[in-house]
Design a protein around this ligand. Structure first.
Ligand SMILES: CC(C)(COP(=O)(O)OP(=O)(O)OC[C@H]1O[C@@H](n2cnc3c(N)ncnc32)[C@H](O)[C@@H]1OP(=O)(O)O)[C@@H](O)C(=O)NCCC(=O)NCCS
Length: 294
């Protein structure tokens, strides 16, 4: 486990904030609390470098690694600094056993990919494969009317049930993040569970600012949103029960619950399912290109 786990070097968070907000702050305003969370994942961070002119934040769990951010101060861009930082990080990650390096989408990520439009050309030049666009979606909930009938989903009261469902259906980042929320002392109630004949068949995580210790990624850019903002994600239905309308029913339940709690400005992060969420009135807000190095 890397030296900066939960304990970044003195001055590191300030430098990360300055570099990030200097280069990306208008589209992606980074708060101190989110910067701290981004840097606190208990993963290997040995390939991370933070200097005055630029930084690369790299994370690794076994053979899977991520570039969480690479940022060069605007006055030092196009002078080879980004290439030097990335070459260092990729070399170090590979030497440590990484076989796949993704750009964004890291544990406790800021971004699910490269901002679009943005620096995809930089990563392509380094050999990355650039993938199709994913979106953060947004909807004004002022006109939202909850569907009729009894609620189809209820907040979880047992972490084990949440983790068991996610672990069976969505092993990987979704399960890791739920376990991380539990480790940090959050309760399970941010997860809405949909049951059929008593069996959990779907799960959606809801986010309200300041309500949970772990800041949900749909609220990463909350400074751009109304104070009455909220978010949802991830949301997933048991593979064996898909295509029966349960996903949309769970989505409607999640939106209605947030609306009842005062949310008027809602975000769903990191998705390519514009058609599905479009049925509930969500539209593209922020765009990213995931990318990876084999
Ligand atoms: C992306 C970034 C890190 C690149 O760092 P840099 O030091 O400016 O890049 P380099 O000088 O090493 O560039 C090498 C080559 O990459 C390409 N490139 C660099 N920036 C690019 C951009 N914004 N768009 C497209 N291609 C780019 C160019 O081909 C460049 O060679 P050239 O200058 O001879 O044409 C820097 O522009 C930056 O900080 N951007 C804002 C933060 C960001 O979007 N980071 C990515 C998401 S985490």
């Amino acid at each position: 486990v890397g030296a900066t786990e939960h304990d970044p070097a003195p001055g590191m968070i300030e430098r990360v904030l300055e570099l990030w907000n200097g280069a990306l702050g208008e589209r992606f305003p980074l708060t101190p609390a989110l910067a701290e969370q981004f840097l606190s994942a208990a993963v290997d961070v040995d390939a991370t470098v933070v200097e005055a002119e630029g930084m690369v934040i790299a994370k690794r769990v076994g053979p899977q690694a991520w570039i969480g951010a690479v940022v060069v101060a605007p006055a030092r861009q196009r002078q080879g600094v980004g290439t030097r930082l990335m070459t260092h990080a990729l070399g170090r990650l590979r030497a440590a056993g990484a076989t796949r390096v993704e750009v964004g989408g890291d544990p406790l990520h800021l971004l699910p990919g490269i901002p679009d439009p943005g620096a995809a050309g930089f990563f392509a030049g380094l050999g990355a494969e650039i993938e199709p666009v994913v979106h953060d979606l947004r909807r004004d909930l002022t006109d939202w009317t909850a569907p009729a009938g009894p609620p189809v989903a209820e907040p979880a009261d047992d972490w084990d049930e949440v983790i068991e469902f996610l672990g069976a259906q969505f092993p990987g980042l979704w399960t890791w993040t739920a376990e991380e929320a539990r480790r940090r002392g959050d309760g399970p109630e941010a997860h809405l569970l949909l049951r059929r004949e008593g069996v959990v068949r779907g799960c959606a995580r809801l986010h309200l600012p300041g309500r949970q210790r772990l800041i949900g990624p749909s609220l990463n850019w909350a400074p751009l949103l109304s104070p009455a903002c909220g978010g949802l994600g991830p949301i997933g239905i048991d593979e064996r029960c898909r295509g029966e309308g349960l996903g949309l029913a769970l989505l409607h339940a999640g939106v209605s619950r947030l609306r009842a709690q005062g949310v008027r400005d809602m975000v769903i992060d990191w998705t390519d399912l514009l058609g599905f969420y479009g049925k509930a009135g969500f539209a593209s807000w922020q765009r990213y290109r995931p990318a990876s190095f084999a």
